[in-house]
Design a protein around this ligand. Structure first.
Ligand SMILES: Cc1cc2nc3c(=O)[nH]c(=O)nc-3n(C[C@H](O)[C@H](O)[C@H](O)COP(=O)(O)OP(=O)(O)OC[C@H]3O[C@@H](n4cnc5c(N)ncnc54)[C@H](O)[C@@H]3O)c2cc1C
Length: 479
């Protein structure tokens, strides 16, 4: 029997798992997908917001500001990438310029560190490619950018080192309260027993809650956001996160430098019925091009290497809903975690444990720190590379030519932690296929390495989720 079962291994579930692993508890984290954090946590703007945007007095405002500060600790503890860009919210229209003062006041009330109003020339000196017609900007130096998926994986690996169990391909299909424990049904057949349940299932959290509660206190409205990804040759074109003045649909279309040198332009904000239809649309991408012209006329869309979309878990409650069920004891909702959920995630985990569950017992004395990850081969100097090739000859073969990823790095990614056997899983762990050609050259090689290392048939290797094979049938059959 588990003390806590967490449903969902996105950034929220994995942060909670890591925080709970500090206590003497038996913990399980479940995800329906074949890898960690395949939903919202993998498809977002990657911004660690300062906290200037959420309404004063909300949980979103409080936990965003706290989470922003906690990322500096996580950088040390989990060795995650954190780009300290700062941000500029710019006004380009006299009618909206007073919003700069309103957002400045809100930032101060929310406890954001060192917000400052800058005049046009000061802004253009910092970011010369911005729209020359801009009027003023709110500068937010505490804004940063991370690699969200890597943060979630690191949290989960760290939690696992400290005793947390993880089960992937585990769709929760039923939950029953038996008086002193929960029966959690997985994939319509297996049963797990747990004293407490934490529902961190993102956009599906109302459906999961509905497995036990008939009157769920929130409803999730999926809200899609589409993006362009520009090649990392654009590195340095913009060095801050650039926001427009926010509107009724949210923070608007942004320019976001990424930790690996790429720039994201997006997202859109469109309510849809489907919870897992994250495809881009001609209309959405056109809208980004039009709206981003407010920020700059010099965005090189001809350097686009791909587009993608993510789906926000926007809730009818209009704030994060982090509460124990009113009906079922020790069933915890962590729902409605849309933006700034990535930023707030470390603070959400602490808030749940300290103020909702209220664990009083002392923490473990022997909580194991997370070990440092190996440096990317490409970033080593020549002598270090030669030494590594001597020890591991497969470092001598570059598979991904764009990102300069070696065969040994791909093998390491396949066997790291919980293991990985999908093309996209390798892309996220080792960056093979993340460059200019987007896997056009290396994908067949990566496919063969996965098949060999995991002893599977080539035809059984998936691109991403279950049932997404790369090889479907032969195109040329020898007579
Ligand atoms: C377009 C977009 C842009 C954003 N930009 C930012 C940003 O820049 N900064 C920021 O702070 N926030 C941002 N966010 C918000 C942030 O990404 C989310 O708040 C955060 O990722 C939520 O994490 P989560 O773990 O709750 O959800 P998810 O990452 O969606 O994880 C939920 C998990 O639950 C699993 N699950 C669902 N149902 C079941 C079931 N029945 N059984 C088992 N497992 C199940 C899913 O497979 C999934 O892995 C953005 C979001 C989007 C979509």
């Amino acid at each position: 029997m588990y003390d806590y079962t967490i449903i969902g291994a996105g950034i929220i579930g994995t942060m909670i798992a890591r925080e709970l692993s500090k206590f003497h508890k038996k913990i399980l984290i479940l995800d329906k997908e074949n890898d960690v954090a395949n939903h919202q946590t993998t498809a977002n703007s990657a911004i660690i917001h300062s906290g200037h945007d959420p309404k004063e007095g909300t949980l979103k405002a409080r936990l965003c500001v706290l989470g922003n500060a906690l990322y500096d600790e996580l950088e040390q503890e989990l060795h995650i990438p954190l780009l300290k860009t700062g941000a500029l919210v710019i006004s380009t229209d006299p009618d909206e310029d007073e919003m700069i003062d309103i957002l400045f006041e809100r930032a101060l009330k929310n406890g954001v560190k060192n917000p400052k109003i800058l005049m046009r020339d000061e802004v253009l000196a910092l970011e010369p490619k911005l729209n020359p017609n801009l009027i003023r900007a709110l500068s937010l130096p505490s804004t940063k950018v991370t690699y969200p998926w890597e943060v979630a994986l690191s949290c989960l690996e760290h939690a696992h080192q400290n005793g947390v169990e993880f089960q992937k391909n585990a769709l929760v299909t039923g939950i029953k309260f038996m008086g002193d424990m929960y029966h959690i049904e997985i994939n319509f057949k297996d049963l797990i027993l747990s004293k407490s349940v934490i529902n961190a299932s993102g956009v599906f959290s109302d459906q999961v809650a509905n497995l036990i509660e008939s009157d769920v206190p929130y409803q999730i409205y999926p809200r899609k956001g589409e993006y362009f990804v520009l090649d990392r040759r654009v590195k340095g074109l913009f060095n801050h996160v650039i926001y427009p003045i926010p509107g009724p649909a949210g923070k608007g279309v942004l320019i976001v430098p990424q930790v690996h040198g790429n720039i994201l332009v997006g997202p859109t904000s469109i309510i849809q019925m489907e919870k897992d239809l994250a495809s881009t649309t001609k209309h959405g991408l056109e809208k980004i091009k039009v709206e981003s012209r407010k920020l700059s006329h010099d965005i090189p869309f001809d350097m686009t290497i791909r587009s993608f979309a993510g789906i926000r878990a926007t809730s009818s409650f209009e704030d994060f809903y982090i509460q124990e069920s009113k009906v079922y004891p020790q069933f915890y909702h962590v729902a409605g975690i849309d933006s700034p959920g990535l930023t707030a995630a470390p603070a959400i985990a602490k808030y749940l444990i300290d103020e909702v569950i209220k664990i009083k017992e002392p923490q473990k004395e022997n909580w194991i720190p997370y070990p440092k990850k190996p440096e990317a081969f490409f970033h080593l100097d020549r002598m270090e590379q030669l030494d590594l090739i001597k020890a591991y000859p497969k470092h001598g073969k570059i598979i991904c030519k764009c990102e300069k990823i070696t065969e040994q790095e791909i093998i390491h990614a396949i066997h790291r932690g919980f293991g990985c056997d999908t093309i996209k899983g390798i892309k996220k762990r080792a960056r093979a296929g993340a460059g200019l050609c987007q896997g056009g050259y290396c994908e067949p090689e990566v496919l063969k390495i996965i098949a060999k290392e995991t002893k599977q048939d080539l035809k059984d290797i998936n691109y991403y989720a279950k049932n997404t094979p790369i090889l479907v049938k032969e195109t040329k059959v020898k007579s």
